[in-house]
Design a protein around this ligand. Sequence first.
Ligand code: NAD
Ligand code: UD1
Length: 338
Amino acid sequence: MSILVTGGAGYIGSHTVVELQNAGYEVVVLDNLSNSSKESLNRIKAITGKETVFYQNDINDRAALMEIFQKEKITSCIHFAGLKAVGESVVKPWEYYQNNIAGTLVLLDEMRKHGIKNIIFSSSATVYGDPAFIPITEECPKGTCTNPYGFTKSMLEQILTDMQVADPEWNVILLRYFNPIGAHASGTIGEDPNGIPNNLMPFITQVAVGKLKELGIFGNDYDTPDGTGVRDYIHVVDLANGHVKALSKIAENCGLKIYNLGTGTGYSVFEIIKNFEEATGIKIAYSMKPRRQGDIASCYANADKAKAELDWQAKYGIREMCADAWRWQSQNPRGYGV
Ligand code: NAD
Ligand code: UD1
């Protein structure tokens, strides 16, 4: 019995594979390596001592999916595979809808044809748009997305919901991630963005390691205590463990469930810089920049539902997130590259 992890060589996927293997699950990874490296799988083996069955294929590749479902004894799928760069999605909407939506439709079709109707889907707090209220509960209405990437998440949530309603044999868990940062405590796996990072923490670690000169802070005139954007940063290992808990929920034949995975605490950009500096002893140079289009002032979770129903709660604090992000970056200045 195995869990299929699509996108398992990527940032969140690789950390989830580690936690799944630590919890005793057999794992099969499907990844086309479009935004990851096979090296992450070697590193996973060094951490867990376990072998991961790996297929370098695309979720759009029906023949490959058929082969996997025929050969491997898959019981559930954790579906991470997808393109995730917000700015790129505005420039290449077709590629995002094709990869994320069409690819997921192929995956779902092959799953049901093979009688596998358990899926955990990587969604995002981005589906709340500019949230109607904060802290955000799962009852908060979905908002208007500001980019095609966000729409792929919102639409896929709808598709999965409709499929589960039409066929209650499906167990579907939609996990809405807040802002994953940090890395495994070993410092051997972590986030390895292509090019200049879009997200705050990888930008900060690249400034710290000397790859980038200074951080630009996107706006200090938001309606927040210090004027900079407030987000709910969550340690990627906590996030990974949320998936292990979600698998136990699937085993109860849970039907359709939606959970926020966040810590419930928001930090501003200035607070992140301060915590990073205190955790690592490294000063981060920064300058003020105009607001980034599509950004919102504050976004943080109410994570009570995941605690009550999944027995899951974030364990790691902001200092550990910063220290672990830095350990990964400093030990691997070029990510998985040589
Ligand atoms: P990532 O890019 O590191 O991982 C995604 C993986 O999917 C990569 O290894 C990539 O090679 C693979 N992939 C992409 N398209 C594929 C395809 N068609 N077939 C097979 N493999 C494919 O990203 P991540 O940060 O680990 O994110 C994982 C998932 O979580 C994504 O769906 C992302 O949208 C979602 N998510 C991420 C964040 C975040 O801040 N990182 C927040 C919310 C949601
Ligand atoms: C972004 C995406 C969101 C996606 C998430 C995870 C946007 C508008 N939103 O969320 O859809 O789900 O990443 O991939 O892109 N900041 C700076 N300077 C930087 C980078 C960021 O000041 O160089 C600020 C931002 O303005 C924000 C905070 O840091 O206030 C966090 O930004 P980021 O890490 O990009 O995450 P989100 O914008 O929350």
